[in-house]
Write a protein that binds this ligand. Sequence first.
Ligand SMILES: [Zn+2]
Length: 358
Amino acid sequence: MSGDYKQKLKQRLPITRLLEFYGARHVSSDLYHCHPNLGHASEDKHPSLIANDARGVAKCLGNCALNQGSSDIFEVIKRAEKCNFNDALKRAGEIANLPEFGQESARPSQRPFKKKKGLDNKDLNRVPKVYALEERHQAWLEQRFSAEWRWLADYFNIKAWHYHIAVPIDRSEVNWVFIPLDKQKDQTFYRGPSRSVQPFPNWPWEHGQTKHVIKCEGEKDVLRLYAEFHKRNLLNDWAAVTNTNGAQSLRPETGIFKNFEPRRVKSVLISHDNDAAGRQANKTARQMAKDYFDQGTKIKVLQFASSIKGYDISDFLNEGKTFLPKDQLELFNSRQEETGLAQGIQMSLSSRNKSWNS
Ligand SMILES: [Zn+2]
C-alpha cells in the first residue's frame, strides 16, 4: 500500500472531521464530547476526547476504546468499525471521497440508468464517490441556471454521481445532497453520514456579513437564488438557506438560521412552495425567525397567489420577477453609489402573483 495514498487520505480527512462524522461534539479548541460510535462506554457527560488536526491524532480520557495511546484516523476507524487496517483504509477513502487506491482514475459507469438496489434516502451512512460533471449534468445545470451555471458549479463545488448532481452541504465534502437529474427515475435526493436535518448550505464562517436572508424550500431553489445574487451583484449582503430532507422535515430544533448573526440581519424572507407542506413550513420558519433574530429584523413571508400547485421561488425568478420588497428596493437603490449595485433590480413590484404578509 502506497504511503502517499495514506498521506493523501490524512490530508483529505482531518481527524476532527472524522470524529464528528462518528458523532463527537466539539466543545472548545481541541476538546470534544466522545460518542459511543467511537467505543466510548456511555454518554460522555464531561468532554473527555482530545483531538488535534495538526498532529492528526486523538485520545480519549474516559472509559473508551480510544484511551490507549494516541490514535490516527485509521486507528479511529478500526475501533469505530471494529475492522482491520485494510478495511479502515478503504473506509477512510469512502468518507473522504477519494477513489480507492489503484483506482484513482475510476469513472462512473456509462451503462443505462438503473436504480441501485438497497440504496434509498434512509441509507445515510454510505457516501458515494463523486465525479467531475459530465455533459448530461452540465446540460441539466445550464437549463436551470443558464449562464450562471459555471459560476455556481465552482462556488458550490458541484460534482456528479451517476444520474445525480452532488452538492456538498458544508465545506467538508463529507455531507452531500444528491439531486436527481430525473425525479421520475430516481427519488434519491439526499445521502450523507448525518441523519439530522441540517441547513443547506451549512457555511458558518461565510455568513457573518449577511444582511438579508431568504429561507426557501429546496436545495435547487437555493442554487437558483445564488445564481440571482451573483447576477445582480448581491452576494455580499444576501444569502439563501434551506433545510435538507424537504419542507416537511423542518423543525424548530433544526437551527436553520444558526449560521447568521441575529443582530446583523435586517430582513428575513420566507418562501416555501405553493402547497400544503409549503404553507405549513412558512409558518414554522416564520416562528423560528422570530425566535432567533433581533426585534429589529423584518420577517416576511412571500406567499404566491399563483394557482399553480408547487409554484416556487425558482418559478417566480424564472418569470423575471423580483423578491425584493419595496423598502429593500429603496435600500438597494440608495446604496447603489456606495456599493456599485446593479440596476437590474428595478423590476415591477406590482405583480399579481405575489403578496406580502408581515
Ligand atoms: Zn471516548
